[in-house]
Ligand binder design. Structure first.
Ligand code: CA
Length: 293
């Protein structure tokens, strides 16, 4: 068990719902979002340089783009993000009728296809979906009937895709076909009791183990590829949302957090809620693939 404290804050901020951390290799920077405050953060640990872009809709996730800048899962679609000029330009829309649906977590596979999920802000059961946005802009609905589409990532051998529908209380795995981008054979990797927190964002390390943030559980757990609990990182805040490796050699695990749903009393006891934490476990992560890369 690793116990984090004030000295493990990587970047102190007060995100309502910090989410979707991803390392941007070209900028040696961590990108992440605050979904509810509609912000995109960009922070360079080596210099401390930090910038925030404000979106006009909730922003579920952001990923680097091979041709420059980034792509955001924004509102009910996707947008190009010019990180230098601060411009956000929508370019694809899911074409939904239900205004309560919004983009949530998203990540690129190793061919640079962006997998992005949705959820209903009313948490309506099965109202969300998981989509795949190919590099040519083609959009495919891959998994319908999702309630809260959340963390996803791929095994180092690229044959397994992990996926979380948060209100199903666990982590699922699919067989993954890299050539076609098809998934099949959905099965349960691990159940997570909701009293221990809600499975939220995840990342896979170089050993093939799965790190998952437990929202309302104040922890990040590492599970082996056969579903065994291997390590726990405890945070001094309860709303732990997602995690990603970054920095030199991808040896630092960054963990985003939030303040949403916390009472005034809880916020007093959790003054670091909404900050980004860091931990250097005895492993490292894999470089993320940018969209279209
Ligand atoms: Ca999430």
């Amino acid at each position: 068990m690793i116990e984090l404290g004030e000295g493990d804050v990587a970047f102190r901020c007060a995100d309502e719902l910090g989410e979707g951390p991803v390392w941007d290799e070209r900028r040696d920077s961590l990108l992440w979002v605050d979904i509810l405050r509609r912000r995109i953060h960009i922070w360079q640990p080596a210099t401390g340089r930090h910038g925030e872009l404000e979106a006009d809709r909730p922003v579920g996730a952001v990923v680097p783009r091979a041709s420059g800048g980034a792509v955001a899962a924004l509102g009910q679609g996707f947008a190009h993000v010019d990180l230098d000029k601060g411009r956000i330009e929508p370019f694809a829309d899911l074409g939904l009728d239900d205004p309560s649906i919004r983009m949530n977590d998203a990540k690129c596979d190793r061919r640079g296809r962006l997998w992005a999920g949705t959820m209903s802000e009313t948490l309506a059961e099965g109202a969300g979906s998981l989509y795949r946005l190919d590099a040519d802009g083609a959009l495919t609905l891959v998994v319908p009937g999702v309630t809260v589409s959340n963390g996803l990532d791929w095994s180092p051998d690229n044959r397994t895709m992990y996926f979380i529908d948060t209100l199903r209380h666990g982590i699922d795995a699919f067989d993954f076909d890299d050539g076609s981008g098809a998934i099949s054979n959905r099965r349960r990797l691990v159940d997570i009791d909701e009293r221990e927190g809600l499975a939220d964002g995840l990342t896979v390390d170089a050993d093939g183990c799965v790190w998952v943030a437990l929202c309302f559980g104040g922890a990040v757990r590492r599970y082996t590829p056969d579903g065994r609990l291997d390590a726990t990182v405890r945070l001094p805040v309860t709303v732990a949302t997602s995690c990603a490796f970054g920095g030199d050699g991808y040896r630092t695990l960054y963990v985003t957090t939030g303040r949403t749903t916390l009472t005034d009393d809880e916020l007093r006891r959790q003054p670091l809620a909404g900050s980004v934490f860091r931990v250097e476990p005895d492993t490292h992560g894999l470089a993320p693939t940018p969209y279209g890369g």
